[in-house]
Ligand binder design. Structure first.
Ligand code: SF4
Ligand code: MG
Length: 332
């Protein structure tokens, strides 16, 4: 598998005044392979959208690197950036907010191609817009209408058509289905899957829960308070989750068939997500972790590779540390 994108110890901090810093993204590292779907999952406020925008270069980084096809995203001149933006696109959560209400569907989809001077004649451009509408399950009759005339699902299709206009290789989809009715979510997910097959796209798919992402993703990274806490294949994450936070996210998914006994121990998340301005010391998850130990407050867990490609940041999985903890607990 070849690496399309690599994120190396990426940080994005915001100065919030009074000498305080909001550490929205605080040291993310992962790679995305060409042609895969990488799911990035975590509660709202955990930094996933900021991560998406920083990866795309829409936000400056505070530290670290994002490398796309060998090129440093945060180190491009204007011309390089212009070319890069053709390859990488974003689909947003709220399709309505991201579509100009005063533009027709034609104008919305044609705009990026006009900016990049992709077609010489209006006729070619019109034909390409029609083709894109068909790609996303709409048709040419929709071209002269305005966003408010469409349902949420259709608006997201328009947003996807616009993202596809420049024929990108990589799409960051930031919660593209969470604002949609449950009944249309599956259709939009299937659309993403079909487009991936047809166009060989690579996705970074951001979501706040695991329910849809598990079907869609090849690998998943679980984020908590600006940090990755677990990363592995979709199957491993479901079959053998290692981090207590992942277990809690899995527990939150309703059991599809009530007749089937859930073998997994259910962990409920208690309390609020702590503020990223004043994050807990040691392990960021410790204030809500049912297994928290003394060492969790003083020592930040290492990023451990437990099985091939299965990473976790939790002291419970650090064998040498746990041995020490147990020995210290023994009566003298
Ligand atoms: Fe829980 Fe400690 Fe593991 Fe953090 S390091 S997840 S607090 S057991
Ligand atoms: Mg978000």
């Amino acid at each position: 598998q070849s690496v399309l994108l690599s994120v190396k110890d990426l940080k994005r901090h915001f100065d919030v005044g009074k000498g305080k810093t909001l550490k929205a993204v605080d040291g993310l590292s992962f790679e995305i392979y060409k042609g895969e779907t990488f799911g990035l999952v975590g509660e709202s406020g955990c930094g996933k959208s900021t991560a998406g925008r920083t990866i795309l270069g829409l936000y400056n980084k505070t530290d670290g690197d994002v490398v796309f096809e060998g090129q440093n995203v945060h180190d491009m001149n204007d011309k390089e950036r212009h070319q890069f933006l053709k390859k990488m696109q974003m689909v947003f959560q709220d399709p309505y907010a991201s579509l100009n209400p005063r533009s027709t569907v034609y104008e919305i989809i044609a705009e990026p191609m006009e900016i990049h001077n992709m077609y010489k004649s209006k006729k070619e451009l019109r034909a390409r817009v029609n083709e894109l509408l068909e790609d996303v399950g709409l048709n040419r009759d929709h071209a002269n209408r305005y966003p408010h005339e469409f349902s949420g699902g259709q608006r997201q299709r328009i947003g996807i058509a616009r993202a596809l206009a420049l024929d990108p290789e990589f799409i960051i989809a930031d919660e593209p289905i969470s604002a949609l009715d449950v009944s249309v979510q599956a259709q939009v997910v299937m659309l993403f899957q079909r487009l991936q097959r047809e166009k060989g796209l690579t996705y970074l798919f951001i979501a706040h829960d695991l329910s849809m992402v598990k079907y869609l993703s090849d690998r998943i990274g679980v984020m908590y308070l600006g940090h990755l806490v677990e990363l592995t294949t979709s199957d491993q994450l479901y079959g053998k989750p290692l981090h207590p936070y992942t277990e809690a996210l899995l527990s939150a998914i309703p059991i599809p068939d009530p007749d089937i006994e859930e073998s997994r121990e259910r962990i409920l998340l208690e309390g609020e997500l702590p503020s990223p301005i004043d994050p807990p010391s040691g392990c960021v998850f410790r204030t809500r972790c049912p297994y928290a130990m003394a060492v969790c407050a003083t020592q930040k867990p290492d990023w451990l590779e437990k099985d091939e490609g299965h990473f976790v940041a939790c002291h419970l999985h650090d064998e040498s540390l746990m041995k020490e903890v147990k020995e210290q607990a023994k009566p003298m």
